[in-house]
Design a protein around this ligand. Structure first.
Ligand SMILES: [Zn+2]
Ligand SMILES: [Zn+2]
Length: 351
């Protein structure tokens, strides 16, 4: 058997609603594992991709989903890391060149090799086949690109950790959020709510900067010590020079100079949201207090495992709203309206 076909939800063409189809999955090779997917999170990137907003013509039909949690159902003959029944996850990529400096350092998300980071969906893998993501019942991946999900995290709450969780964990760890550090998270959505939980668990003093005070109770419940509205100009005066680290999860236009003004001397503003247009920045906002503006994208395999283990130890998962597969299109509309607290997760048994 060369491959099998499995049910999935796909966008047949850009901007078309998602519908049920079947897609091929390769037969597990020597180092592959077959995962029975239990849950798949809905990430904002899924919407951008199926709507053709990120500039590529895309490999339609696209089966989105790169926040995957499931159970190992079969293993190839050479698999050593996993056994049938293990709880596992798959994040934003399923392969990379494995030989470049970054891959060797465990930074597969920044692979500079010819193959590059192979996205979990809509990409072309080393076998020349298009990848299909987690809105599906099964997926086959190389064991080196799967993650172990600790028993203490329910699988549905674990799924969003594979993108939203690591997207925030990586910059918080890299820029050393921890005791004695004041950290601001800009935006309290799918990404931001994980940022608050993780930064708080790391021991930092966390502030949420949200457009309004509408989600204040949630922010404080999730672990923030302070919550301020960015629509109020007084916020930027009151908090000037406060933070060691600010992580901006907002993908809309923001006034970067205003946020840089909230950093202490030597502080760093990290961008993880991806706006379509360039954002202006005044060099003086950086120069005069040795501040940094930086970017960060998901995390490599070792750091993603570290994040899952950290979340397991601290009892962290995402706050989710579980949906059936036939509610995906409706959920997309609600994601666009920021009407979710804080991540939709698909029960893949309903596909
Ligand atoms: Zn994502
Ligand atoms: Zn590489």
């Amino acid at each position: 058997m060369n491959h099998t076909t499995v049910p999935a939800y796909a966008a047949p063409s850009p901007k078309a609603p998602l519908e049920r189809i079947t897609v091929p999955r390769r037969a597990p090779g020597e180092h592959d594992i077959l995962i029975e997917i239990k849950y798949a999170g809905i990430c904002h990137s899924d919407l951008h991709t199926v709507r053709g907003e990120w500039g590529d013509d895309g490999n339609f039909p696209i089966v989105p989903g790169h926040e995957i949690a499931g159970v190992v159902a079969a293993v190839g003959s050479g698999v050593t890391r996993y056994a049938v029944g293990d709880r596992v996850g798959v994040g934003c990529f399923v392969d990379s060149c494995r030989t470049c400096e970054n891959c060797l350092a465990g930074l597969q998300q920044y692979c500079t090799g010819e193959l590059g980071m192979v996205g979990t969906y809509g990409a072309t893998g080393r076998d020349g086949q298009v990848t299909y993501g987690g809105y599906s019942t099964h997926i086959v991946v190389d064991e080196n690109y799967a993650l172990r999900i600790p028993d203490s995290i329910p699988l549905d709450a674990a799924a969003p950790l594979l993108c939203a969780g690591i997207t925030l964990y990586s910059p918080l760890a890299h820029w050393k959020a921890g005791p004695g550090k004041k950290v601001a998270i800009v935006g309290l959505g799918g990404l931001g709510h994980m940022g608050v939980k993780i930064a708080h668990a790391m021991g930092a003093e966390v502030t949420v900067l949200s457009q309004s005070l509408r989600k204040k109770d949630d922010g404080l419940r999730l672990g923030a010590a302070h919550f301020h509205a960015t629509s109020d100009p007084a916020t930027f005066e009151a908090l000037a020079g406060t933070f060691d680290l600010i992580v901006n999860t907002v993908s809309a236009d923001v006034d970067l100079d205003a946020y840089l003004g909230l950093l202490r001397t030597g502080g760093t503003l990290v961008q993880v949201g991806a706006p379509e247009k360039p954002l202006p920045i005044s060099p003086f906002a950086l120069i005069t207090q040795r501040k940094s503006f930086a970017g960060s994208m998901i995390g490599g395999i070792p750091e993603t495992q570290e994040m899952l283990d950290f979340c397991g130890k601290h009892g962290l998962g995402a706050d989710i709203e579980l949906i059936r597969a036939d509610q995906i299109n409706e959920a997309y509309e609600r994601v666009l309206a920021s009407d979710v607290r804080y991540r939709f997760v698909i029960d893949t048994a309903t596909i």
